[in-house]
Design a protein around this ligand. Structure first.
Ligand code: NAP
Length: 480
């Protein structure tokens, strides 16, 4: 079988490793950028780190004993991704600088066209394009008129020194909360423009001593025990808390966030401005012990007045105040509903995936779409997103995809796609379950919601995700 993987980020690399291990040698990983590593290649802003604990953020097949901090920096994770791609012989399959433009299913196979032209025919396509790769800029008038330098957090301008500059950060999510403490010591002044406060769960990010790293290397069972402890805490207990299955756990997390705010913000007025009015867990939980100290520094200011427009000299807020700035950082997030775009995907009988998903994006168990034979998604609609290890999510989906691939190929049917009724039933179950989740009941909006108010995540426990994707049920699929 000839297989195409789209994207050489975490999930594309892991899919490559799984294909090789299952004996599939004939595959190409198309990567639009000049390097592998996905989000960890793109996000290089000051302070970038993973807020999933390092020892949980690893592929099962490549345990890492020598993480240098409890929450690894983006650079260290990028290095890990590259090393895995090299050590597991994935690199010879990667075509860097090759962006796919079109995938069309014709006469039982997928014809692919890239920025360089015709890429030929493939029996199966695995989309591993990531969830948060399409940056979003705020719809604030005047952005193009700013006379200083403005850029998105994921397109950091390392050629611009921030030393002694007046910097504005728009947005108050996980990204902004990492940037502010990282630049506060360098800038003349930083203003954080916050539309909605976030609950912040306190965690320190301590270095991991050499001796401890050596112990993990010598005694892999201790590394595994730590992985399981962290997995239980995040993927199981936190996930259950968010979907309404662990009330006590949710209360504990909420108490820790409230206490963090009470204990660590001195000025009562500032404290109230930083206090969200929605439930903890409704927006993706922000994790930091560095943000509250940083926002209280003399050269930091929190701006909660609505932004009216961006003008050449800076930001004008609705109260008529001009905030003079040299640099504006747009920490305004990503569009998780971008999926395959801007690539055009045409399935069986000329079905256009953009049209099929124009109402809501849906895939059976987050992986396959009716009408699109042998097209598999990693990180597809209703994947568990949030404060979990995306690496584990991706591996679970890849395991399921390997099960689907095993149903087709030499001596078996050539094509597989979900039955429409199976996908519709799954969709109804998702909708019914979503109502109990904190994302819906918590009284907030977030990037989890699509334009029609549907939430993109997995509405059940992580155990259920793993159980449902352990093995495909052939009764849910059509074969040709
Ligand atoms: P985000 O969580 O979507 O936050 C975007 C921020 O921009 C929000 O505060 C939003 O305000 C604000 N915003 C958007 N439009 C605005 C406007 N017109 N005016 C004022 N404010 C505006 O984005 P993010 O911080 O980049 O994080 C996105 C996701 O990336 C995270 O949730 C996480 O999954 C991932 N991430 C992970 C890590 C990690 O450590 N693993 C680190 C960074 C990011 P509202 O809340 O009012 O909409």
């Amino acid at each position: 079988m000839r297989i195409a993987i789209i994207g050489a980020g975490a999930s594309g690399i892991a899919a490559g490793v799984s294909l090789l291990r299952a004996g599939y040698e004939d595959f190409v990983i198309f990567e639009k950028a000049a390097d592998v590593g996905g989000t960890w290649r793109d996000n290089t802003y000051p302070g970038v780190a993973c807020d999933v604990p390092s020892h949980l953020y690893r592929f099962s097949f490549a345990p890492k004993a020598d993480w240098t901090r409890e929450y690894a920096s983006g650079d260290e994770i990028h290095g890990y991704m590259r090393r895995v791609a090299e050590d597991f012989d994935v690199m010879p399959h990667v075509r860097l600088g090759c962006e796919l433009k079109r995938a069309e299913f014709e006469d039982g196979g997928w014809n692919l066209v890239s920025s360089s032209g015709d890429e030929g025919r493939f029996d199966a396509v695995i989309s591993a394009m990531g969830v948060l790769h399409k940056e979003v800029y705020p719809s604030i008038p005047g952005r193009e008129r700013f006379a200083g330098t403005g850029f998105h957090s994921s397109k950091w301008r390392h050629d611009i020194s921030l030393t002694g500059k007046r910097v504005g950060i728009i947005g108050a999510g996980s990204t902004s909360v990492q940037i502010l403490p990282a630049i506060i010591g360098e800038v003349a002044h930083v203003e954080l423009f916050m539309r909605t406060p976030q609950w912040i769960f306190p965690v320190d990010n301590n270095p991991i001593p050499e001796a401890k790293r050596a112990t993990f290397s010598r005694e892999p069972e201790r590394l595994q025990a730590l992985y399981e402890l962290l997995g239980d805490r995040l993927n199981h207990r936190l996930a259950a808390a968010l979907v309404g299955q662990n009330e006590e756990g949710l209360r504990e997390i909420a108490d820790a966030c409230v206490q963090n705010l009470e204990d660590n913000v001195r000025d009562p007025e500032l404290r109230e401005r930083l206090r969200p009015d929605y439930a903890v867990g409704c927006k993706r939980l922000v994790v930091s012990s560095a943000f509250y100290p940083a926002i209280q520094k003399e050269n930091a200011a929190l701006v909660t007045e609505r932004i009216a427009e961006i003008v050449p000299d800076g930001v004008l807020t609705a109260d008529g105040k001009l905030h003079e700035l040299d640099v504006i950082v747009y920490a305004t997030g990503f569009d998780p509903f971008n999926f395959h775009r801007p690539m055009k995907v045409i399935g069986r009988d000329g079905l256009d995936l953009d049209e099929v998903w124009s109402g809501a994006a849906l895939a059976l168990r987050s992986v396959m779409v009716p009408g699109f034979p042998n097209l598999f998604f990693i990180g597809g609609p209703n994947s568990p997103i949030g404060n979990f290890s995306f690496l584990l999510t991706a591996e679970t989906q890849i395991g399921y995809i390997m099960g689907l691939l095993a149903q087709i190929g030499e001596g078996r049917p050539a094509q597989i796609e979900p039955k429409a009724e199976a996908a519709e039933r799954f969709s109804r179950e998702v909708d019914a379950a979503m109502h109990q989740t904190i994302w819906v009941t918590g009284g907030c909006t977030s990037w989890y919601f699509d334009k029609n108010g549907k939430v993109a995540s997995w509405p059940w426990t992580y155990e259920r995700f793993e159980a449902e994707l352990r093995q495909p049920d052939p009764d849910e699929y059509l074969f040709a």
